[in-house]
Write a protein that binds this ligand. Structure first.
Ligand code: ADP
Ligand code: MG
Length: 467
């Protein structure tokens, strides 16, 4: 096979040589990887030291580039020393496929970012290329969610249906859902995977109502193999959308199709969500992403640094900066990532190493915002709202259990989330003695271990306060 440019060199690597390279690769990376990733490559030839491959989809090309280009290049250059680089391209001629023209909607192809963007019928939202399992850092707070997501992505018998992932903002719900999509699409390119946000679901639904296309809508949503709905809390209180969602949900579960849902809180905690939907959601596996801990944040930062380094090759980075950021920016991974991206961009612009000084200069706004302190007053307000009592009763003198328990919860949270001393906390609870506060804190510590409801309340409150 020969690729020729009038001004370029002519370099040969025969099909036979490519076959040999493939055999070696199969041994190195294993048959599974080989079948999934290397066999679909179509060798086109070599131009000016660049080996060209046609790939069926951009996704596949990117994946191979990220994961196998080193080993591929090593092998290629062993056979053909002139080869110094590799390029993957999606052939341009394959665009006008018949499939895309008619209804019913086309099947999702692995290169959904391309196909779906152009196709009005298939309502899947585009998937972010960066959100794969490879780039997802696993730690204690998310290991369960990650394991469940992996299992579902492996497919086979539908074991958890639905899989319900929940957790606070920026903890990786969307990332995991995209990762599941990518994985399923890679393993089973014939499956129809539909990923969209609850908001988009509603939008589609309203549009179908308006255009009198409900039959199409129903048919479409009932014909998918895997349905993923992100941020489902959005449809709470939207009655007709919920109704339709419920029917879609049931129809798919009846057909044994996999459903994956995410939300910012547990099904039972979503206000104005119909009870029958809540209980349907709870019938599968419900797992939560806990707030990140220091180790996980540091791990995420380190993995992002590796990605940035590919772009900014000669930047110096002081490890201490990562530790500092992991410590200081604790609520939202998105903010953490943003901080790092900014640091790299800034450092390369001004040609300075990434050290503590640069960090202070460049991130002062983010650091200030993350300094926000939770106050005892906020805690009292949040807790009284949660238990549906008046703030005045929380602070007041009455000792009946209806007030005493929330009061103790608020004391406990004040102790653990603020830097106030026991006497200071006591003063803010209607001038109580510090021993009363101590007693309250101890009581909740005990209950937290014995009573699941208390533990759950605390977790919810802490999240709400830290949000
Ligand atoms: P959510 O949907 O829960 O609000 P996202 O999935 O959008 O959060 O995550 C926010 C950002 O943080 C994304 O860029 C995502 O890649 C990143 N992120 C979150 N958790 C992790 C993780 N464990 N490893 C790597 N990146 C993560
Ligand atoms: Mg999200």
């Amino acid at each position: 096979m020969l690729f020729e440019l009038s001004t370029g060199w002519k370099l040969r690597m025969t099909e036979e040589q490519w076959d040999n390279v493939q055999k070696t690769l199969q041994n190195i990376i294993g048959s599974n990887n080989y079948v999934n990733w290397i066999r679909p490559l179509h060798f086109k030839g070599v131009v000016e030291g660049v080996a060209l491959f046609d790939v069926p989809t951009n996704f596949l090309g990117n994946y191979v580039e990220q994961n196998f280009s080193d080993v591929l290049l090593t092998q290629l250059s062993t056979t053909t020393p002139e080869i110094r680089r590799i390029r993957f391209q999606v052939p341009t001629s394959r665009s006008s496929s018949v499939e895309r023209l008619g209804s019913p909607p086309v099947r999702a192809k692995p290169d959904i970012t391309e196909t779906m963007a152009r196709d009005d019928n298939w309502p899947s939202a585009p998937l972010d290329k960066r959100f794969t399992f490879d780039t997802f850092v696993v730690g204690k707070p998310n290991e369960l969610a990650h394991a469940a997501a992996r299992r579902v992505a492996e497919g086979g018998s539908v074991s958890f249906n639905p899989l319900f992932l929940y957790g606070g903002v920026g903890l990786g719900k969307t990332h995991l859902m995209h990762a599941i999509s990518w994985e399923i699409l890679c393993r089973h390119s014939d499956l129809r995977v539909l990923y969209l946000s609850a908001e988009q679901f509603m939008y589609r639904f309203v549009q179908a109502l308006r255009d009198r296309k409900m039959m199409d809508f129903k048919e479409l949503f009932r014909s998918v193999d895997v349905l993923m709905v992100d941020d489902v809390q959005f449809i709470a209180g939207k009655d007709s959308t919920q109704e339709e969602f419920f029917h879609t949900f049931n129809a798919l579960v009846d057909q044994n199709k996999q459903i994956i849902i995410s939300a910012d809180r547990a099904p039972g905690e979503i206000k104005d969500l119909e009870d029958r939907i809540k209980s349907r959601m709870q019938s599968g596996l419900v797992v939560d992403l806990h707030p990140t801990d220091y180790e996980l944040r540091l791990g995420i930062l380190q993995s992002k640094v590796e990605q940035h380094k590919a772009q900014y090759t000669d930047l110096e980075l002081d490890e201490q900066v990562l530790q500092f950021l992991a410590m200081r920016i604790s609520t939202n991974v998105r903010v953490l990532e943003g901080a790092l991206t900014r640091l790299f961009a800034f450092a390369s612009l001004v040609g300075r190493p990434i050290n503590m000084e640069l960090t202070q200069d460049c991130l002062s706004d983010i650091l200030r915002a993350s300094e926000r302190k939770i106050t005892v007053e906020e805690i009292q307000r949040q807790v009284s709202e949660h238990y549906n009592i008046r703030l005045s009763d929380m602070i007041g003198p009455r000792r009946i259990r209806t007030y005493a328990r929330p009061r103790q919860v608020a004391m406990y949270l004040s102790k653990s989330l603020t830097s106030r001393s026991l006497p200071e906390i006591g003063r803010r609870f209607g001038g109580r003695d510090h021993t009363t506060v101590m007693h309250g804190v101890k009581r909740i510590e005990e209950l937290k271990l014995q009573d699941g409801q208390v533990a759950e309340d605390l977790e919810l409150l802490r999240r709400a306060l830290e949000a």
